[in-house]
Write a new protein. Structure first.
Length: 158
């Protein structure tokens, strides 16, 4: 594991009582992001509703890196709340507030409180593709088999 210095800015509406994102355990890959509502109040999410949750933070990632915003598994399991565009991407040249688009996939309304841990953020290197047009592609065992094609046949089920 290597440490990567990343600059972070608490925006004017950030609650100074909320901690900066951090790793909860020595082996954690993601840092928890917290809801930071400007009025310190929470928001209600009806079943099926989406909500853009502010974090009160902006970051400056080094070129060649991204931050992936991912769901928290416990929140998804217990309350049906997940990140709608998972994983969300924060690009290295973005300097605005990091926001998290949550969706309530559960059957009950959920109240998102100010300070709740709502998602996790993983900082990762970026590889950029350079397209090379071809007349044909090499053959593989799978070929052009589409969605679910590798799980069908030979008694493997769906």
């Amino acid at each position: 594991m290597t440490d990567l210095p990343v600059r972070i800015l608490r925006l004017p509406h950030h609650d100074p009582d909320l901690p900066l994102p951090g790793y909860e355990t020595a082996g954690a890959a993601g840092m928890d992001l917290r809801a930071c509502f400007p009025g310190r109040d929470g928001r209600e999410m009806a079943p099926g509703a989406r909500l853009l949750v502010p974090t009160g933070l902006a970051i400056a990632l080094p070129e060649g890196f991204e931050a992936q915003v991912r769901p928290r598994s416990g929140l998804a399991l217990r309350k049906g709340i997940t990140v709608a565009n998972a994983p969300g991407t924060v690009d290295s040249d973005y300097r605005g507030e990091v926001g998290v688009i949550l969706i309530n996939l559960g059957g009950e309304p959920v109240h998102v409180e100010h300070g709740d841990r709502i998602a996790q953020m993983v900082v990762a290197p970026v590889t950029r593709a350079v397209w090379t047009e071809a007349e044909r592609l090499d053959d593989t065992d799978r070929g052009a088999g589409g969605f679910g094609s590798t799980g069908v046949g030979a008694g493997r089920g769906v």
